[in-house]
Structures are given as structure tokens and as C-alpha cells.
Design a protein around this ligand. Structure first.
Ligand code: DQA
Length: 144
């Protein structure tokens, strides 16, 4: 099966940004863990990160007919982007929302998630493991 893992703004700053919330490992390490899990489990994975909302929308649109599942951490766009929600609805690919930190225990403005209206499941506060859990969920439900 083919899974697209998407990350929004500032996820490329992992390791540097607020390590108390997001840990000490960098973005490359996150990608390595995702790729290793995919390889061990017969998943074809592509990883995309952008700081631009439109680029993330383009990426979701281009996933149509290509990927069987999407793992998405929209980062700050989680709390603002109807465009990402609409793009997910448009392509209708099964998706799981992931957050490294436990957004439910953070500021009031982080309690809204637009993509959650579409995603089958939200995994938050499990660190990098959340991405692996999301891939495992999609593989179990939609994999051959
Ligand atoms: C985040 C949580 C968001 O509120 C924040 O804007 C991020 C990262 C997380 O992974 O915990 O950039 O999505």
C-alpha cells in the first residue's frame, strides 16, 4: 500500500523548536523512523513537509489516485485551515491526523482542528510514535 505522510509549518524545525514539547530529535530523524517502519512493513511511503498552506493543498490534490492513505500533521494549519479540510474531502483518501504534542492539554486556540472533521482518527501526544501508529492503523484497515 502507498501512504503519504505530510507535515505542516515548522515541523522542519524539530530538535530546535520547543524541545520540551516536541523533543530533541530533528526532522531527519522523524523521516528516518517513518521510512524504516514503512520498509519493514511493506509500505511504499512518501514524506512531504511545507511551511506553505497552498503547497500542502497542492500535495493533497496530487495524492488523488496515487496514495491509499494519508498521515497528516498540519501543525499550526490544524487550527486555521478550512482549505486543508476541503482538499482532504475532495480527494476522499483515508486520513489520520497526528500531533507530536498533546494538543488537548495546550492553549484554547489549539482545541479546534479543521482536518479532524475529515480524519478517521487523531493521535496526539505520542511524540514521533504517533506517525508510526497512524501508518499501522491505515495498513491494518486498508492494506492488502
Ligand atoms: C503540532 C501542534 C500544533 O498546535 C502546532 O502548531 C505545531 C505542532 C504538534 O505536532 O504537536 O506546529 O501539530
Amino acid at each position: 500500500m502507498k501512504i503519504l505522510v505530510m507535515n505542516g509549518p515548522n515541523i522542519n524545525m524539530l530538535g530546535l523548536r520547543e524541545p520540551d514539547l516536541y523533543g530533541n530529535q530533528n526532522y531527519e530523524s522523524l523521516c528516518n523512523q517513518i521510512n524504516a517502519y514503512a520498509e519493514e512493513n511493506g509500505i511504499e511511503v512518501a514524506i512531504f513537509q511545507s511551511n506553505y498552506e497552498g503547497a500542502l493543498v497542492d500535495c493533497i490534490q496530487q495524492a488523488y489516485g496515487v496514495y491509499d492513505g494519508i498521515v497528516i500533521n498540519p501543525a499550526a494549519y490544524t487550527h486555521t485551515s478550512v482549505a486543508l479540510l476541503d482538499a482532504l474531502k475532495a480527494v476522499s483518501i483515508p486520513a489520520v491526523e497526528v500531533h507530536i504534542s498533546d494538543v488537548s492539554k495546550r492553549e484554547a486556540f489549539r482545541q479546534v482542528s479543521y482536518v479532524r472533521y475529515y480524519c478517521e482518527k487523531t493521535i496526539a501526544g505520542h511524540g514521533f510514535d504517533g506517525y508510526i501508529e497512524a501508518m499501522a492503523y491505515l495498513k491494518e484497515k486498508y492494506g492488502e
